[in-house]
Design a protein around this ligand. Sequence first.
Ligand SMILES: *Cc1c(COP(=O)(O)O)cnc(C)c1O
Length: 377
Amino acid sequence: MHIRTAAVQTLRENELGAVVPPVHLASTFELDPATEDAPYAYQRGSNPTRAQLETVLAALDGAEHAFAFASGMAATAAVFSPLEVGDEVILPATVYGGTFRFVDRIFPQRGLTGRYVADLGELTDADFTEHTRMVFVETPANPTLRITDLRRIVELAHRHGAIVAVDNTFMTPVLQRPLTLGADVVVQSATKYLAGHSDLLAGAVTTNNAGLAEAYALAQKASGGVLPPQDSFRLIQAIKTLPLRLERQQANAIRIHEHLRERSDVTATWFPGSHSEAEARIHASQADGPGAVVSFELAEDLDRVAFLRALRYPAFAVSLGGVESLICRPATMTHEAMAPEDRSLAGIGDEMLRLSVGIEDADDLIADLDQALAAAR
Ligand SMILES: *Cc1c(COP(=O)(O)O)cnc(C)c1O
């Protein structure tokens, strides 16, 4: 089944033939008094609607196990949950701001170490110690859209007994399926492209590793950050249009990137594969497209605030992946938890802007960017 079909048809087998799955709101279920068991007992541990969503998430990623959480960060926390005192995680300096905050503030409390490397592309055997338990990857990276060779990281990490976790929020399974490239676990903020309408917070974890799956089920049950049934249902419905939305968003983003790159008053642009030929080749070998986020920087003599005020369509707001375009300034918004030195190590300049391209008409978006650039002069 192709992913466009899987997004729509995965849940079609149900007893009433309903083309839309039912929502089960019960927090508790009657048990058989003899066995004191039932397929579902209590909502935190499992719920039929959440289980249906998890079936869809597993199908999209080609995974045996999927877990839905109340946010992308709850999902990321679950990915870190099997780590033990003394363990070390290697992360790229460009990691998502919330993940950076977790590593910065929560890791020390748990006796864990996060070790940042400026460029995962330059990771070598010498970067691994006997304590390295995980390499955490985001490719394309946020907001620099730099590319990491997933197969190479998997090979390196596995040689040193470390697992590879991939935050696939920017690509979604429509464009990139890290488990098929050997990664051990995939985490996504479903708040972004999967939900797609800027109206729902959710997270997803998928894996083919039974031991890890047990740890993530425990994270759901023991920590309780699970996705409620109504939100699970809404995410099931949203995912049906994910491939369509992303195809349009990506086509728009490709045109906008080309347009901004040509403008002399835009001094830099960032887009998957734009950093170097080598990164373009790697991205083409592991993903089916660049996605729909474009970062750029205005020429120094342009007034950034005037530009942002003049934009009619992209809202100045954090987040991404929704049908409506959004624009933000990573240094002060999504990545403000990072120290200025760390941001500079990661290549995130104070003036960089990150545009999440929506499904609007590309001509309208380009005309809007052009008039705002004129207003910024
Ligand atoms: C938004 C985001 C997260 C966190 O997800 P929430 O749903 O906001 O908790 C994690 N990783 C990436 C890449 C993100 O963009």
